[in-house]
Write a protein that binds this ligand. Structure first.
Ligand SMILES: Nc1ncnc2c1ncn2[C@@H]1O[C@H](COP(=O)(O)OP(=O)(O)O)[C@@H](O)[C@H]1O
Ligand SMILES: [Mg+2]
Length: 337
């Protein structure tokens, strides 16, 4: 039986595991924008603060969905494999991992903004994002020939995630959209080229070869701390196509820029990010094309799918994003690289 944490028992748990001192008082609060797991910030009266994350069967904000709690084991394993390659301190330290109860206690980076909040406000993240992708490239490079698949049998999360990216947004659905955007979404579902290209990308994403991918390098999982970028939430980690990590990140550079009508600025950042990646791990043109395809799909699904980004709530922004991403998915245009 899993021992479930709550606001009332988490401090006793942390004392028992040696994270907080005996008799220490603590304050338990929310820890930002998670959807999937029970995540809390716990501050001890002696000044220490940590993040406690527990994976449960029912997803935190979507309890109608259930997913294997082993996802937290894959998150811990990703950090274990990637840590030796983390020369710039992109990963938070693990203070405690309780595999039996699916609890991960992490170093608290504080209430720092995530990449999306920063880009929505027009911040320049060129250096931080270049550092982040250099880390991803090192992980991809070091794991390209490694026999890791047996340790990352994360098929359930991989599919759940994949369905929401490549399948559901491209099939008839009842996601709530402004009328103009809904009309455009229906046109996408009927467009065999777009649907086939999304299906093909899904098959590539599911292939168990390439390298160890984080698989969820999106805005809210990247914090921008004063020490540099921090990458969280590796619970979808698997052995797969490294282009997927880069494509996802690139999409999240373009999304706020499309909303702000600042595409040239995003192009500069995206170019820089891609060259920082290639400096660590040389890439083929075929790889770059896959990055473009994954990026276009991510932009589309964040505009018409279930997990939309806030900056695409305005219909005009959504239409601009679709105008931009569709020709890329069709293969008629390329992203800056
Ligand atoms: N080590 C940390 N330091 C500071 N904030 C964190 C840390 N870990 C998580 N958070 C905050 O909690 C949120 C949810 O954590 P995350 O690991 O992404 O869980 P979920 O799987 O539920 O999305 C993050 O988006 C971030 O705002
Ligand atoms: Mg998250």
């Amino acid at each position: 039986m899993q021992r479930l944490l709550d606001e009332g028992n988490v401090s006793a748990y942390l004392i028992e595991r040696g994270i907080l001192r005996e008799g220490e008082e603590c304050a338990v609060g929310s820890a930002g924008d998670g959807n999937i797991n029970w995540v809390r910030r716990v501050r001890g009266s002696a000044g220490r603060s940590c993040i406690v994350k527990q994976a449960r069967d029912a997803l935190e904000k979507f309890p109608q969905y259930r997913a294997d709690t082993a996802r937290l084991i894959f998150e811990a394993r990703y950090m274990e494999v990637a840590r030796p390659l983390d020369s710039s301190g992109v990963l938070p330290a693990i203070l405690h991992f309780d595999e039996a109860n699916r609890i991960l206690v992490l170093q608290d980076l504080g209430t720092v903004p995530c990449m999306g909040e920063q880009l929505d406000g027009g911040a320049d993240l060129d250096r931080a994002l270049a550092e982040l992708v250099a880390f991803l490239a090192r992980v991809h490079r070091a794991t390209s020939d490694a026999d890791l698949d047996g340790r990352f049998q994360n098929d359930q999360m991989r599919r759940l995630h994949g369905d929401h990216i490549f399948a559901l947004p491209f099939r008839e659905n009842d996601f709530e959209l402004a009328p103009e955007v809904a009309k455009r979404a229906s046109a996408i579902w009927c467009d065999t080229t777009l649907v086939e290209r999304a299906d093909r990308a899904y098959r590539l994403y599911l292939e168990a070869r390439g390298g160890l991918v984080h698989a969820d390098v999106q805005s809210s999982n990247v914090l921008i701390a004063s020490s540099g970028p921090v990458l969280l939430d590796a619970e979808i980690a698997h052995v797969g196509d490294p282009a997927f990590d880069l494509g996802t990140l690139v999409a999240h550079v373009y999304l706020p820029a499309l909303a702000r009508r600042e595409v040239p600025r995003a192009e500069t950042t995206a170019r820089l990010v891609r060259s920082a990646y290639a400096a660590e791990r040389p890439v083929s043109d075929e790889f770059s094309q896959r990055v473009d395809t994954y990026a276009a799909i991510e932009m589309i699904r964040r505009t018409i799918g279930a997990a939309r980004v806030e900056c695409m709530n305005e219909a005009a922004a959504a239409m601009r994003c679709l105008d931009f991403a569709e020709p890329i998915l069709r293969g008629e245009r390329r992203l800056a690289s």
